[in-house]
Design a protein around this ligand. Structure first.
Ligand code: IDP
Ligand code: MG
Length: 139
């Protein structure tokens, strides 16, 4: 993957609430091109590995339960400056601190159930995207 790409997940709360379409509309209207996309579900092992950096945090068990409780939409997005611009579009981790008009401000309920994931670096975008998609699934 090139560094104009990022990886996102529409998390289980977003899918449960029927917000897939509204969130994707906001993402594409903000200039991101969908390069790869699927509805899938993380296993416990997937979630533990994906969030390994947080494994000693008190919220880790709840995070794994939340992220595995139902389907997610996994996608790779392309835009100039994708990682940084997507983090701006989704807003702060805690939706009560997320700027007006950001995805988390509009669609998230709490710091734990915050609707969307966005990669935090080009390196992690590549690792996370490649976990879900083979080269032949990236357009
Ligand atoms: P990010 O998703 O904005 O990059 P991280 O700090 O990487 O935020 O945390 C990963 C995920 O863990 C968050 O999106 C959220 O679902 C959950 N999380 C982070 N901090 C807390 C917390 O203090 N309490 C509960 N859940 C949290
Ligand atoms: Mg993070």
């Amino acid at each position: 993957m090139t560094n104009n790409r990022t990886f996102t997940m529409l998390k289980p709360d977003a899918v449960e609430k029927g917000n897939i379409g509204s969130i994707l509309e906001k993402i594409t209207a903000s200039g991101f091109r969908i390069v790869a996309m699927k509805l899938t579900q993380l296993t416990v092992a997937d979630a533990q590995s994906f969030y390994a950096i947080h494994k000693n945090r008190p919220f880790f068990p709840d995070l794994v339960t939340y992220m595995t409780r139902g389907p997610i939409v996994a996608a790779i997005l392309e835009k100039d400056n994708a990682v940084e611009d997507f983090r701006t579009l989704i807003g702060a981790t805690n939706p009560s601190e997320a700027a007006e008009g950001t995805i988390r401000n509009m669609f998230a309920d709490s710091i734990s159930e915050n609707a969307v994931h966005g990669s935090d670096s080009d390196e992690n975008a590549k690792i996370e995207g490649s976990f879900h998609f083979s080269e032949r699934e990236m357009f």
